[in-house]
Design a protein. Structure first.
Length: 410
């Protein structure tokens, strides 16, 4: 059910691999004036709602929008909180118990698929691909059978859209673009089925908002694509509405908005989006890695390192954090520490070529800061050898030019 969280994080893939040095947005166009953000509930409103209702207000929004009993909406939200809190073991057990209470829904396989993907996303790897494939196949089966029974069809289409969306994202990460596109169309079909049955369901606007914003960014930056117009403000408004009034996806949308604000180089808002999640879900690794990345973009490297330290405390086996620690340490000229982090990362299993080449590129920067020009060139060459790393090629050209001009010698 958090495939859009995964989608949002995937938009950051180039940033995870590249230096945080670019100062332009992808689209190259300034964002028009934004409407006022949708106001969140005040503490007084929360207290009044708590006293007036047995469940949180969102449970009754779910009842009104999806036609589901508020107790069921509450129970699903409670289980999703465990996922957002990164209590994966607790979440699996919770949804297995929920299946016993609501056998007509059968959500545990869908949550299992989400969790396997979340764990892989924390490291940007494919370690648990086979486990995820089994869970995803079972989730499709369970949800298809649930749809054959009357009642709850909008919710079931919604969940199935999430499962298929994860498949599309995973297939795209594997660079199988045509099958990924076909799965994306299937995802949108499921979303539209949910929309027909529950046209007022707020959480569906997360898909709309991401579509409007990111399609605009892509089409504005690629002249060969048909003109789509500038729908960024519309997309951001839709995301803000889900963040403030979503039944299930408010935390997911805060993360999606963080990537949106990063694209717009509005780091103050990007930071606020991640901090909103961090206050409630302090151990969420994806959110903390993104927040650290935002601090890195702002050259607030000590704050970035504080976030990365917390990631390591949360999961000492996480490997991706070593790369991002190295970037901040490199910027702070703590070169020995940066080199150690990069070597640790390069020793990890399951690295993709782009991750390996980026690490060699960073090692080249370490050597260059030490004025070890020959070693720097060799490390840049290793990055180029892996996948033709463009930044490393430029770095080699600059070194050779400086050598030819007599500015350096090696």
């Amino acid at each position: 059910m958090i495939s859009w969280m995964l989608a949002a994080a995937l938009f950051a893939a180039p940033a995870f691999a590249q230096a945080p040095d670019d100062s332009e947005t992808v689209s190259g166009r300034k964002l028009p004036a934004l409407p006022d953000a949708v106001p969140a509930k005040t503490l007084a409103q929360d207290i009044a709602e708590y006293r007036a209702h047995e469940y949180e207000d969102e449970a009754y929004w779910g009842e009104a929008q999806l036609g589901l009993p508020p107790v069921f909406v509450h129970d699903v939200r409670k289980g999703l909180e465990l996922v957002y809190l990164r209590d994966y073991k607790g979440a699996r057990k919770y949804f297995e118990d929920l299946d016993a209470r609501y056998p007509e829904r059968r959500l545990s396989s869908a949550i299992d698929a989400v969790i396997w993907q979340a764990i892989m996303l924390e490291n940007f790897d494919f370690r648990f691909e086979s486990q995820w494939e089994v869970a995803s196949k079972q989730a499709r089966k369970d949800l298809t059978e649930a749809l054959a029974q009357p009642g709850g069809e909008a919710f079931e289409h919604f969940v199935l859209a999430g499962i298929v969306g994860i498949e599309a994202i995973h297939t795209m990460r594997r660079e199988h673009y045509l099958p990924a596109l076909q799965l994306a169309f299937e995802t949108m079909d499921q979303i539209e089925e949910a929309r027909k049955l529950a046209p007022e369901f707020t959480d569906l606007k997360l898909a709309d908002g991401m579509y409007n914003y990111w399609r605009t960014v892509i089409t504005l930056s690629t002249p060969i694509l048909p003109d789509f117009g500038d729908h960024r403000v519309e997309g951001i408004g839709q995301l803000q509405e889900v963040e403030a009034k979503g039944v299930f996806f408010a935390p997911v949308t805060s993360l999606a908005l963080a990537f949106t604000w990063m694209e717009e180089r509005d780091f103050k808002r990007a930071t606020a989006s991640c901090l909103r999640n961090q206050r409630v879900y302090p151990d969420n690794i994806v959110n903390n890695l993104v927040l650290g990345q935002i601090y890195t973009y702002q050259r607030q490297h000590e704050l970035a390192l504080k976030n990365y330290d917390h990631v390591q405390k949360t999961d000492p086996t996480n490997m991706r954090v070593h790369y991002w620690r190295a970037v901040s340490l490199l910027r702070l000229a703590r070169l020995d520490e940066a080199e150690q982090e990069l070597n640790t990362y390069l020793a990890a299993e399951y690295l993709e070529d782009w991750q390996r080449s980026s690490s060699y590129y960073r090692l080249g920067q370490v050597s260059q800061q030490r004025k070890q020009w020959g070693e720097a060139e060799e490390r840049y060459k290793m990055a180029v050898k892996v996948d033709g790393h463009a930044g490393a090629k430029l770095a080699i050209d600059r070194l050779r030019k400086h050598k030819k001009e007599g500015r350096i010698d090696y």
